[in-house]
Write a protein that binds this ligand. Structure first.
Ligand SMILES: *Cc1c(COP(=O)(O)O)cnc(C)c1O
Length: 362
């Protein structure tokens, strides 16, 4: 694998086509067939991917876009970057993904107010678990709202054998090194079955180009995937399925060894769903318990991280939206109690045993 990676990178150095080289095209077709969608359009990172998706849908000022408040900042940031307004929605306590009932309530409320147009939903596959796309798709259809899947953490997950990255009108992902399918720098991609969106996205990522980049048909971005990153991803994609299986093996081992421990709740995977385990997150009983457990693990050199400390509606960047504490009680509660333990396809058996032992001795 390592020599294959080096050869693949070296070939790009020899060819010298650092921007939009052959590997970029190759990767797009490999990814499209892996995800089983008609089009894959690569871009510079997962945040740009979200922004490009919104731009392709002509979403802008005066438009409202729904997003969960418990996610990485990018999900909402992209909405603000196109001038639209994020409308936050609480999550489900079991899956940590957007609560579809609360989403419907919000949509109804905004329609009744009547001064803005609800245009799109961005749902996030948090920690690698796909959101409830069967329900989300029917809500999007009923209210004539576009659906975007933010699969930055969820690429390759499944709902009844349908693969994450294929849900919604457009799906987006990130190849940031810490994501399940990571490259050695920044990278991102969009997936769609819609020919018009694909064509628009290919234009938008290169300054809104028409027949050339000096023929500009729309305001776009400069957002391309580097050829070197594509060359790396082509090699890594070959073992991605295997890596997802390894992650699921580790999750199984965690489940078997920790499920009787009453100090925390383990992740819940609904029937028919498969997670890619971008994170393995536990829920402690209280904020104090969470901090104690993390401290104990730290003393044994076991790293833990809190995703996410603060829901987006309480970030100072969104103070102008006038949300207050208490608006989204589930997200607020979970951000106080959640923490993630090590998860990687290459976690050794010894390390795994040590983590489990430490957690069970808290
Ligand atoms: C990482 C991430 C992004 C952004 O991806 P970048 O490549 O870092 O820009 C967007 N949404 C979610 C949910 C993410 O985890």
């Amino acid at each position: 694998m390592e020599s294959e990676l080096k050869n693949s990178i070296y070939k790009v150095l020899e060819d010298g086509n650092f921007i939009m080289g052959k590997e970029v095209n190759d990767l797009e077709s490999e990814l499209a067939s892996f995800i089983n969608v008609k089009h894959c359009v690569s871009c510079a990172n997962g945040t740009d991917a979200l922004q490009l998706a919104l731009m392709a849908m002509d979403i802008g000022p005066r438009d409202y876009v729904f997003a969960p408040t418990f996610t990485f900042f990018s999900t909402a940031e992209a909405i603000s970057l196109v001038g639209a307004r994020p409308v936050f929605v609480d999550i489900k306590a079991d899956t940590f993904n957007i609560d579809v009932d609360k989403l419907v309530t919000k949509i109804e409320m905004i329609k009744k107010e009547g001064h803005a147009l609800p245009k799109a939903i961005i749902s996030v596959d948090l920690f690698g678990l796909p959101a409830n796309y069967p329900e989300l798709a029917s809500i999007a259809k009923k209210y004539n709202i576009k659906l975007i899947e933010d699969a930055a953490q969820g690429l390759g997950g499944e709902i009844n054998k349908e693969i994450a990255g294929s849900f919604g009108d457009i799906a987006t992902t990130s190849f940031f090194p810490a994501k399940p399918l990571g490259c050695y720098g920044d990278g991102g991609a969009l997936f769609t079955n819609n020919d018009h969106y694909a064509q628009t996205l290919r234009s938008l990522r290169v300054h809104g180009k028409g027949s050339s980049k000096y023929d500009n048909q729309r305001i776009g971005m400069n957002s391309r995937l580097d050829t070197i990153q594509a060359a790396i991803l082509l090699v890594k994609l070959k073992i991605f399925k295997e890596e997802v299986n390894l992650r699921n093996e580790i999750a199984k081992k965690y489940y078997r060894s920790l499920s009787s421990n009453k100090n925390f709740r383990l992740p819940i995977i609904p029937n028919g769903y498969k997670s890619v385990w971008a994170q393995y997150s536990l829920l402690a009983d209280s904020n104090e318990d969470r901090n104690n457990i993390m401290q104990k693990l730290k003393s044994k050199n076991i790293p833990t991280v809190v995703y996410y400390q603060k829901p987006l509606h309480l970030q100072s960047a969104y103070a102008h939206l006038d949300y207050i504490e208490g608006d989204f009680p589930v997200s607020e509660e979970i951000s106080n109690r959640i923490f993630s333990i090590p998860m990687s396809p290459y976690l050794s058996k010894d390390d795994l045993d040590e983590i489990i032992k430490a957690l069970n001795s808290v």
